[in-house]
Design a protein around this ligand. Structure first.
Ligand code: DON
Length: 570
């Protein structure tokens, strides 16, 4: 940038008033005791009912997670996986890792043909894309450790929703109409599960019953984890896999275990930040970015001003480059430098390389050149706080919306396509869409790298903000911006969740901005600093809860970007 242009920019920015908090128009939902915020009003009600019956945050999370598997099949699941971060009212912190695993028969090159190319998009589509599901094991383990009410009472509401039915909504119409056009026999059981008489679309408001799913859930209700990982369900899935060229066997189910592990910890302006540790990249990246940004007076710079967006972008660029280079399943990558990435010293080094007025290049020389594909919204996050002040932040997923779209006949639930989160071609990192670095290659029993970032921010040892989002790699940046909105810009939780967001992920080297979220003036200034802007419709569904440290009131915010989301408290 020329010296004159640099001075002109500096002058413009210096003259701009720091912008006040962004739009909202929405108000947070207040409650004195407990609060549940999920992507579907029925699942929020199920969780809030559990709290009213004396259940704690983990009980409510278990009940809401099973309910979402019935009423929000785009991402709610028992056929996928995810992460739960817990912060007790008295300071106990832990997390549960129930990310899917590669089948025992999986290999590094399982998606490649003789020419070394991926065969038929098989890492994203079809039976080979399915990872061994973890959700039921994770909910079971969390309940064993921290639950209070009987397990069966927590699964029962989901059984009822599946057997008695519930009103279909507009949100499912696209998927249902797609299914009516899909004649592939592989998806026959999916049509049986999702269409009226296996053929017609349930219109919004029509009651949709899922008898096979109800039976699968009854086995989980009555036999706990074994009701899913042994017996009929694995037999039906393994049979489906054998018939259709998949890999998952009964043994894969029998050997699946969820893990209790410590979340990642960081500090930010006097707050503690607890978030998911690897195999999620979310916690490490969000703490790295907060550490970088702590060195700037963001409040003074002004929310979503051009300079603010520039500094956020530069923090994002650096944290996402680290993510691509280092992160994967820790059980297969014992040397991962997590402590270094989380340190204030590392962040200070990264911060010192940021130019105040000029974008840095995304240097990909270490990986030849890389391109990380765009992400959809199809994961789901929910937040829970109970009457005692214990908090749960849970994000789980099937990867794509409705996952692989595959249902094993007789089970009634969708299987994930999470294997697509592994690096599919060893050693090949190209602009056309592949990363080939070692940390995240396929291995039998390994968990694929994730971006899910269920997070709890605490103040003086007590939960303060519970937050997370769907959106693939955008998740980490969504969570970052909600945290900054609350801590640096003094927004309430609804304003913080609603405010426009941006996303930069190192490569491709452009910034995605919600189309309605940046003024032409700001955009021009931001572009003058060397950033390329792409607009897109929306980023994430960040469902959050804030606990007022003064009077203990819980404030829920269901992101209005999500169709059926709701906060329910009491
Ligand atoms: O674990 C992950 O990071 C992804 N499988 C999450 C997927 C998601 O949010 C929606 N879209 N791709």
């Amino acid at each position: 940038m020329s010296a004159t242009r640099r001075i002109a920019l500096l002058a413009i920015i210096a003259l701009l008033p720091a912008s006040s908090v962004a739009q909202s128009g929405r108000t947070p939902a207040p409650a004195r005791h407990g609060m549940v915020v999920t992507s579907h009003y029925l699942a929020s009600e199920v969780g809030a009912d559990v709290l009213k019956q004396g259940g704690n945050a983990v009980d409510a999370a278990v009940a809401s997670a099973f309910a979402l598997a019935v009423v929000y099949p785009v991402a709610g699941n028992i056929g996928g996986g995810g992460f739960l971060v817990y912060h007790g009212a008295e300071g106990e912190v832990t997390s549960f890792n129930f990310r899917e695993k590669a089948p025992l028969a999986a290999t590094e090159t399982m998606y490649l043909g003789p020419d070394g190319e991926i065969v038929d998009n098989s890492n994203h589509e079809g039976p080979l894309a399915v990872g061994v599901p973890g959700t039921v094991a994770g909910l079971w383990l969390a309940h064993q450790r921290l639950g209070r009410l009987p397990w069966r009472d927590l699964v029962e509401p989901a059984v009822r929703l599946a057997s008695d039915g519930f009103p279909s909504t507009w949100a499912m119409q696209g998927f249902l109409r797609g299914l009516t056009r899909n004649t592939d026999p592989l998806y026959g059981p999916t049509r049986e599960a999702f269409l009226k008489d296996g053929q017609e679309v349930y219109e919004p408001g029509e009651t949709w019953k899922q008898p096979d799913l109800a039976r699968t859930l009854e086995r989980i209700r009555d036999e706990g984890k074994d009701g899913f990982y042994r017996g009929e369900t694995p037999e039906l899935v393994a049979d489906f896999m054998r018939r259709n060229g998949g890999m998952i066997t009964e043994e894969d189910f029998a050997r699946y275990e969820a893990i209790e592990q410590m979340p990642v910890h960081g500090t930010y302006r006097g707050y503690d930040v607890w978030s998911m540790s690897p195999p999620s990249s979310g916690g490490v990246a969000v703490v790295t970015m907060l550490n970088i940004l702590e060195g700037f007076d963001l409040e003074e710079i002004g929310h979503n001003s051009a300079l603010y967006l520039h500094l956020l972008t530069e923090a994002m660029r650096r944290a996402y480059a680290d993510r691509a280079e280092h992160l994967g399943d820790p059980l297969f990558n014992p040397e991962m430098p997590v402590d270094r990435l989380l340190s204030k010293e590392h962040a200070a080094g990264l911060r010192s390389s940021i130019d105040w007025f000029q974008a840095s290049p995304s240097d990909s020389s270490a990986f030849s050149s890389s391109y990380l594909p765009a992400e959809s919204e199809e994961t789901t996050h929910f937040s829970v706080v109970d009457a005692e002040g214990n908090a749960v932040s849970l994000t789980y997923t099937l990867e794509y919306g409705y996952g692989s779209g595959l249902v094993a006949a007789g089970t009634g639930f969708l299987l994930n396509n999470e294997m697509g989160d592994f690096n599919p071609v060893p050693g090949r990192t190209t602009r056309s869409g592949q990363i080939g670095t070692d940390a995240n290659l396929v291995r039998p029993g390994k968990r694929m790298l994730s971006s899910m970032t269920p997070t709890i921010v605490a103040r003086d040892g007590k939960p303060f903000l519970v937050i997370g989002s769907p959106g693939g790699r955008t998740i980490i940046n969504t969570v970052l911006q909600v945290i900054l909105n609350v801590i640096d810009h003094g927004m309430d939780v609804a304003q913080a969740v609603e405010a426009p967001r941006i996303h930069h992920q190192w490569l491709p080297d452009n910034t995605r901005v919600e189309a309605w979220g940046i003024s032409p003036d700001t955009r021009r200034l931001y572009e003058l600093m060397g950033h390329e802007v792409w607009t897109y419709s929306q980023q994430g569904h960040a469902h959050g809860i804030l606990i007022d440290p003064g009077d203990g009131m819980r404030y829920g915010a269901a992101d209005s970007r999500a169709f059926d989301a709701r906060s329910v408290g009491y």
